[in-house]
Write a protein that binds this ligand. Sequence first.
Ligand code: SDX
Length: 394
Amino acid sequence: MMTDSEVFKEGLAGVPAAKSRVSHVDGTDGILEYRGIRIEELAKSSSFIEVAYLLIWGKLPTQGELEEFEYEIRTHRRIKYHIRDMMKCFPETGHPMDALQTSAAALGLFYARRALDDPNYIRAAVVRLLAKIPTMVAAFHMIREGNDPIQPNDKLDYASNFLYMLTEKEPDPFAAKVFDVCLTLHAEHTMNASTFSARVTASTLTDPYAVIASAVGTLAGPLHGGANEEVLNMLEEIGSVENVRPYVEKCLANKQRIMGFGHRVYKVKDPRAIILQDLAEQLFAKMGHDEYYEIAVELEKVVEEYVGQKGIYPNVDFYSGLVYRKLDIPSDLFTPLFAIARVAGWLAHWKEQLSVNKIYRPTQIYIGDHNLSYVPMTERVVSVARNEDPNAII
Ligand code: SDX
């Protein structure tokens, strides 16, 4: 019989939470596969919509299946005016991830019927969420700037349409292709925190809109999807190549995590970071350089020098921000972009959870008190609970 300390793993590190066929990561050799296909292949030869189909339906689509799926998504991009009007009540200073989480949950108000055993319901929910999440991200961005949202342009493909909804200009085809590859790279990544949230929420048989809202909330944190926005802030704070080494030394001395580095699984450079770095260099060659890039390259070199031996290397969030910055996307939209892509992976795991469902209900190791008396109010004194800081101001 295993002891409590043998069973309990902080952050469930290394603890399998599901059996899955959706994707696979080899953290030692830096390998990522979606449904058995290497991410490098998909980044080079596929498109985000085709990758979403692969992840969600478990196979590469035929030409007809892809065209039908793409058409359904293209024709479901619009959102109800109620959701646009709701966004007008949000504070302009609110974070776009909070706006997205709220709006994703609100979708459930319009499609309240829960027919999880009906394949048509499942497909409709998949199409709606893939189609409407980008529209909601773009709509809040326009509204917070005091403008009317830009309606989706049905002539444009998925990536081009999103960039169009931010500017009302059709994007440069190369920029749109780079953005489409970024969506592919961010689409899925085994049992990360937000996917785990999605599966736990799905396991209660709630509606898919609540599942996605739960996952969006989890992704927003700076230790997860929120790191890509923090990386840009960090590069700005460092300010020059000369400041990189002192910055790293200060962070490490203070046990402060350096954003965009480290990973629970990868102990080498994230294969997605390798592809994103190449995309960034291609963009700079075509659209002009970014002075932050030299700082990032020096930061990668110095971090490896200090903690490479601990397996701390760039993760997916380290170079993605430089790509998005070159595409003129505001930095607080970087994590919503991550969410737009990851909806494909969350939906794949939602379907997989439903196919073998058992509600998640883990246990705990109780470390609290037992058999305490109920103290009458008159006998209570101001005290400090055992687990609070004794120096804390009451
Ligand atoms: C994503 O899980 C996924 O797949 C996520 C993701 C996906 O596609 O869904 O890949 C996307 O979330 C990427 C991660 C983005 N987050 C960041 O870049 C934030 C910075 N990174 C760290 O917070 C950290 O690396 C985590 C959260 C990513 C992983 O943390 P772990 O596995 O819990 O590791 P840990 O915090 O326990 O650290 C282990 C050791 C510690 O040193 P010791 O105390 O043992 O001496 O490594 C050190 C840490 O100090 N360390 C870092 C570091 N990350 C870990 N030291 C400095 N900078 C860092 N970034």
